[in-house]
Design a protein around this ligand. Structure first.
Ligand SMILES: [Zn+2]
Ligand SMILES: [Zn+2]
Length: 643
């Protein structure tokens, strides 16, 4: 037999016999590793350890020490769920049951499940884990597989669709249970340390609302009970902070069935925050040499055909028929900005040209996928487009990354950064890709930030840098991206005159600092638990007169603090109740005034961290607020010394 070479994570090549599996390769590295092998990651895909390798494959060996181990464990827990379900509800039909970022789900049908049924299933799951059943991979030929699923159209659909080319199909078996599955799995059910079923929701087969409705059961699994407990605590905390709940309690935004799904309405409190965010981004953009532009909400679809979005996006676009001509609400701002660039002739000396716009876009997501501000039909991107010479890429990306990291820093969010490189199918010359990727790497290396490489994950039209936000609970959210584009300048035939007097094509850079306002607002609500920094807080100060006698003094103070968003609590409540209410509304500062304060012309200040000071001069407080606002400090800190 001839040998093949696989590439290990450190870049070294390992030579193995043709037909060798992941496990064989692990044994070739060392017998200890061979024994510990749970699964493999081949060319980025988590696979069973029995998977044969091909020449040139990128290989990572997965043991129970690897990050991927939890995915494997959770997928096995999904099978344990399915087994328990079939024991208790033999009529249930299984469809798919993958692992997710924080657990697993299984979509099932032909069974009536309520939240209360989950406990019994969970008990049964624990019995299966206790029994420590071996999980075995069995290869079955196509005919037999189709027969097994004679009365399960969903599994047959999988056999006829994604498994269409395979003559032999892998099933995983544990006790009386078996499931068509690519794996990988742990060795036996006893490896699963802790399981929990979380909730039930509806889902569509293949995620398409035209298809059958299925019942989706979510669960999670961990190596230990204590890991599970930490997770459940975090989840409880996340529920408390859910932006849909806080959005309603704090009157930030609403989504109303009458006005339409996925179409957020911002109440004054929410709009105040959005305006602060917009002002902040605008200042960063102006300081970085961007020019504001504006485009309308819809364009003729001719534009979308020219940009290529029509081809790829038409199903997600809202189309309108105007005098027998087709228009579309914009799913992107880029073609509008490219058209603006095209209105003038440019010399190499004029570049880079940088445009920005808070541009509202519309994308028709599946209704079932819509959720709060995280998945919506209409959202605003803090969108910037740059038109640069190839030799300017590095400087521009540097500036952009600097701005993005400033944003992360201002909000106390951690960044996770990845560079996505050239995919197999791409437009643009080797030279421009090479030049662009080298410059992106150089910028990232110089910036000193940790970043991962997502090889081949760039768009067909250019490489990109993805930023993810990590919030106060350690959760990750998609954040801004910086995207190079060699395609759109070509489609729009954009040019500038070079030093050589010839026409040249600029490179387009798409970038945002927040991504979308909607997504970013959601992240902020949950990250801060509604306790926005002073500069963002919709109500920054609330004056609490101890009795109605101080109403006149309260109004005078409101006027003196007029640079800020100051309200007066005028309900005839006890002071205790007034404080509790301000606390619930998460107002950064309360100013408490009674007869003594009025007489002395001073105030008492209390913050939402329950720190207090008496006999404060109004000027001192006002000066502090000014600096806290201007410096965008993360916490109200007038009373920080009192701690
Ligand atoms: Zn499976
Ligand atoms: Zn764009």
């Amino acid at each position: 037999m001839s040998d093949i070479a696989v590439i290990l994570p450190d870049g070294t090549e390992l030579s193995v016999e043709e037909g060798a599996t992941v496990r064989d390769a692990a044994f070739a590295i060392g017998p200890g590793l061979g024994k510990d092998t749970v699964a493999g990651v081949v060319d980025g895909e988590l696979v069973d350890k029995e998977t044969p390798l091909h020449d040139g494959a990128d290989l990572v060996i997965v043991t129970d020490q690897s990050d991927e181990y939890l995915d494997v464990l959770r997928h096995s827990a999904a099978h344990v769920f399915a087994q328990a379900l079939q024991r208790l509800h033999p009529e249930a039909k299984l469809t798919i049951g993958p692992w997710t970022d924080d657990g697993f789900y299984y979509d099932v049908t032909s069974v009536d499940l309520e939240q209360e049924d989950l406990e019994a299933i969970e008990d049964e799951m624990r019995d299966i884990i206790e029994a420590d059943l071996d999980i075995e991979r069995v290869l079955v030929d196509r005919e037999e597989a189709l027969e097994k699923y004679a009365d399960n159209p969903y599994k047959r659909d999988i056999l006829e669709d994604e498994a269409a080319g395979d003559d032999e199909l892998s099933f995983y078996q544990q006790g009386e249970f078996e499931d068509l599955c690519k794996g990988p799995h742990v060795e036996s059910t006893g490896e699963i340390g802790a399981v929990k079923l979380l909730n039930i929701s509806a889902a569509y087969w293949r995620g398409d609302e035209e298809n059958d409705t299925l019942t989706r059961v979510y669960g999670t699994a961990f190596e230990s009970e204590s890991d599970l407990e930490d997770f459940l605590d975090m989840r409880e905390e996340a529920k408390e902070r859910d932006h849909r709940k806080l959005g309603q309690e704090l009157n930030l935004f609403a989504i109303d069935e009458t006005t339409g799904p996925g179409l957020p309405l911002y109440q004054p409190n929410g709009k105040r925050i959005l305006d602060e965010l917009a002002d902040y981004a605008k200042q960063l953009n102006l300081d970085a040499g961007y020019d504001p532009v504006e485009t309308p909400h819809l364009f003729r679809t001719e534009l979308w055909k020219k940009s290529g979005h029509y081809e790829n996006y038409v199903d997600d676009m809202f189309l309108l028929d105007v005098n027998d001509e087709e228009y579309g609400l914009k799913p992107m701002n880029c073609p509008g900005h490219a058209t603006i660039f095209d209105q003038q002739s440019w010399s190499y000396r004029d570049l880079p040209v940088r445009y920005f716009e808070d541009g509202k876009v519309y994308r028709k997501e599946q209704r079932g996928e819509l959720s709060g501000l995280s998945r919506v039909w209409s959202f605003t991107i803090d969108d910037g487009h740059l038109f640069v010479r190839p030799d300017q890429i590095e400087d521009e990306i540097n500036l952009i990354i600097d701005n993005i990291l400033t944003v992360f820093d201002t909000f106390g969010l951690d960044a996770e950064v990845a560079l996505a490189t050239r995919p197999e199918k791409s437009v643009g010359s080797d030279e421009i890709w090479e030049q662009a990727e080298t410059q992106l790497r150089a910028v990232l290396d110089d910036s000193g930030i940790d970043y991962g490489i997502e090889a081949g994950d760039g768009a067909f039209y250019g490489p990109k840098i993805d930023f993810a936000f990590k919030d106060a609970l350690g959760r990750k959210w998609d954040g801004p991206t910086v995207q190079l584009d060699f395609n759109m300048p070509d489609r729009f035939d954009l040019t500038y005159t070079g030093e050589d007097n010839e026409d040249h094509q600029p490179v387009m850079i798409h970038r945002a600092l927040y991504g979308s306002y909607e997504r970013f607002f959601m992240v902020l609500i949950e990250h801060f638990n509604g306790k926005f920094p002073f500069w963002l807080a919709p109500e920054q100060v609330r004056i609490l007169p101890i009795s109605d006698d101080q109403m006149g003094y309260a109004k005078k103070l409101q006027y003196e603090l007029g640079d800020f968003r100051v309200d007066i609590e005028d309900r005839s409540w006890t002071l205790g109740r007034k404080i509790r209410e301000a606390q619930t509304d998460r107002v950064p500062y309360m100013v408490i005034v009674g007869g003594d304060e009025e007489e002395a012309g001073t105030i008492s200040v209390r913050d939402r961290k329950e720190r207090e000071a008496k006999d404060v001069s109004v000027e001192a407080f006002r000066d502090h607020l000014r600096s806290e606002y201007d410096e965008k400090r993360p916490e109200p800190d007038f009373l920080a010394d009192e701690e």
